[in-house]
Design a protein around this ligand. Structure first.
Ligand SMILES: Nc1ncnc2c1ncn2[C@@H]1O[C@H](COP(=O)(O)OP(=O)(O)O)[C@@H](O)[C@H]1O
Ligand SMILES: O=P(O)(O)OC[C@H]1O[C@](O)(COP(=O)(O)O)[C@@H](O)[C@@H]1O
Length: 308
């Protein structure tokens, strides 16, 4: 996200425009917590995780009167446009602000879940994915040496994108995730039994946080109770949400940050950026209400084939 902030600021600088940094998302608009952000303020942030502007949930943004006050504050301060980095909630808030008060808004997709419509990539996903894969590579050493079963829980409260892609990249024996069509727990038992019969003596199962079975600890309880299996559970948790971003995330953050400003300067008013087949694309903000993408089914099938 810092790459996007830096690029937006420096592109605006190049176009002779001033930028304010709004702190803690919409909460910062509500509280007028914004300060000038210059190119020099963005030195040495490209490689930093998180966001220098911080973030917050802001339930008040759902109230029309709160948005009206914030819109008037922005107009009074001479703010011409807003760049919002976030997911479907943030884009919904921006779309409403633009529709109600005419403030031009640009969205930059930022969520580790990579589950926004209209883009095949979001900021943070590649970094989170690589973090999960590196962690599981380390776990694999113990699984293999001790001939153990590990259940590794990755993030994804309502999305299996991280889980399915992690499973492919670290050679997991099985993957459970929220959007899976078959019943996760029963399918898992079948897969583990088949692996054992094929001679596998260690297994890594990747479980998305939001899987219907209830997460890795719940599944481990069931496996112990129903099948007397011994295993270890690792919840990777918030280590996936931090750390120095990968080159891919830095490059897309930079491209999107600069493009958002160029399009706003050219008069576009209600859009978010994304990527499709490697190309930078722009979508109307209202498209954020489309159904969210599921993990590609062929990846889930491939994970099963590769686990043979
Ligand atoms: N329906 C909505 N109307 C107005 N603002 C919204 C709406 N949904 C979300 N927001 C605003 O966007 C913020 C971020 O949304 P959230 O769902 O928490 O994260 P994300 O942007 O990652 O999806 C919320 O804290 C709220 O301020
Ligand atoms: O427990 P927290 O801090 O709310 O975060 C966990 C949740 O946020 C997510 O990481 C998504 O967050 P972002 O969209 O902000 O990247 C989910 O995968 C996860 O379920």
């Amino acid at each position: 996200m810092n790459a996007a902030i830096r690029a937006a600021v420096r592109q605006a600088d190049a176009l002779g425009m001033d930028v304010y940094g709004v702190y803690r998302g919409y909460q910062g608009l509500v509280e007028q917590d914004w300060r000038p952000l210059t190119s020099r303020h963005c030195a040495n942030i490209l490689q930093r995780g998180g966001t220098i502007l911080n973030t917050a949930r802001c339930d008040a943004w759902r109230l029309p009167a709160v948005r009206a006050k914030a819109a008037q504050d922005l107009k009074d301060a001479g703010v011409d446009a807003l760049v919002v980095i976030g997911g479907d909630g943030s884009f919904t808030g921006a779309e409403i602000l633009n529709r109600e008060h005419g403030i031009p808004c640009a969205g930059i997709p930022g969520t580790i879940d990579n589950d926004l419509p209209g883009t095949d990539r979001t900021l943070g996903f590649d970094t989170a994915l690589n973090t999960a894969v590196q962690a599981i590579d380390r776990i694999r050493d113990t699984a293999s040496a001790h001939e153990r079963l590990f259940l590794v829980e990755v993030m994804g409260r309502s999305s299996g994108m991280i889980a399915v892609n992690t499973a492919i990249a670290c050679g997991a024996e099985a993957v459970l995730y929220p959007e899976a069509e078959e019943h996760g727990y029963q399918a898992l038992v079948t897969q583990l039994r088949a692996g054992w019969e094929r001679g596998k003596r260690s297994s890594i199962v990747v479980v998305a946080e939001g899987d219907a079975s209830g997460g890795a600890y719940k599944i481990s309880e069931l496996l112990r109770k129903d099948h007397n299996l011994d295993m270890r559970v690792v919840v990777l948790g918030h280590i996936q949400r931090g750390g120095s971003p990968t080159a891919i995330d830095r490059i897309w953050g930079s491209r999107w940050g600069a493009e958002a400003v160029k399009r706003l300067a050219a008069g576009e008013t209600s859009f978010y950026l994304g990527s499709e087949n490697g190309e930078l694309v722009s979508r109307p903000l209202a498209r954020i209400h489309d159904p969210k993408p599921n993990p590609p089914k062929e990846l889930a099938i491939l994970a099963g084939v590769l686990a043979r």
